[in-house]
Design a protein around this ligand. Sequence first.
Ligand code: PRE
Length: 364
Amino acid sequence: MSEQELKALRVRIDNLDEKVLELISERARCAQEVARVKMASLAEGEVPVFYRPEREAQVLKRVMERNKGPLGNEEMARLFREIMSSCLALEQPLKVAYLGPEGTFTQAAAMKHFGHAVISKPMAAIDEVFREVAAGAVNFGVVPVENSTEGAVNHTLDSFLEHDMVICGEVELRIHHHLLVGENTKTDSISRIYSHAQSLAQCRKWLDAHYPNVERIAVSSNAEAAKRVKGEWNSAAIAGDMAAGLYGLTRLAEKIEDRPDNSTRFLMIGNQEVPPTGDDKTSIIVSMSNRPGALHELLVPFHENGIDLTRIETRPSRSGKWTYVFFIDFAGHHRDPLVKSVLEQISQEAVALKILGSYPKAVL
Ligand SMILES: O=C(O)C(=O)C[C@]1(C(=O)O)C=C[C@@H](O)C=C1
């Protein structure tokens, strides 16, 4: 390519950037107008709801449907995700608590769902995220709920039994783990590897093969593991890209998770009910009396009405020995007539039924 060609293309890019800039600014002014309309149409005592997850899901889907490339759909939606995040911040800057410290996969999930224009607050434990939301100190919380290799995150499920929370979104994140070391690490003398228990489990086979005699130490998060390694010469951490960047560690081995499709699903929790989008999921907790056939009775209405169950998890209930509650996720919104009738049937058989929330299926 000649210098002249390059120069001409850069002039074209500059011109296009000016147009993109003007269009983004126009969109942002439009969002400010939306905020004004929302404020003007409030009934007395009503609080404005600026964040609209159902609308955001619609916008992102539309972008993906209309995208003609060469950028991929996900890439394009990610750009629009950030534009919308900044537009919302003009209306109201959202405060979001997540399972910290900084650099965790939960923080990455929060950014993937809300974009970067939020005020984010790392919390030391899952229960603290729930409490922060319940206290109204933040608008939303982000917690992990299940991993494709290791299964349920029980702390999260149990926290739903203790707090009245509304699930208003979900996000899935591909989890890549790396073996990380600091500048001073003697890589041939590694005698301990730190990580969160779930991550150690997700890399068990790799560790057995490559570091069979090295002590594995479970700590509160991957980011905490990365932080410890920074100051030690004989240790390594298993953590992701965000933690590596934050604590200045380098990758001794990349993508060491045993399953290449290793993914974690996260939930957004708050107090806001989300209207239907036509492509939603609902999460419920049900407790049944301890008698033969109870689980069967619970599942039949879903089957008979053709409702797709996406997940069922059992946890000990807090109210008696050897009694259980079921966490169930299924396709549909609790306001859909079919779902409504299934929930009515179940509530006739159940000891208790609680709708945790209906929310748009993850778009990104
Ligand atoms: O449509 C709205 O209600 C808006 O506030 C606008 C907008 C957007 O930028 O598109 C911003 C924030 C909401 O969460 C959803 C969408």
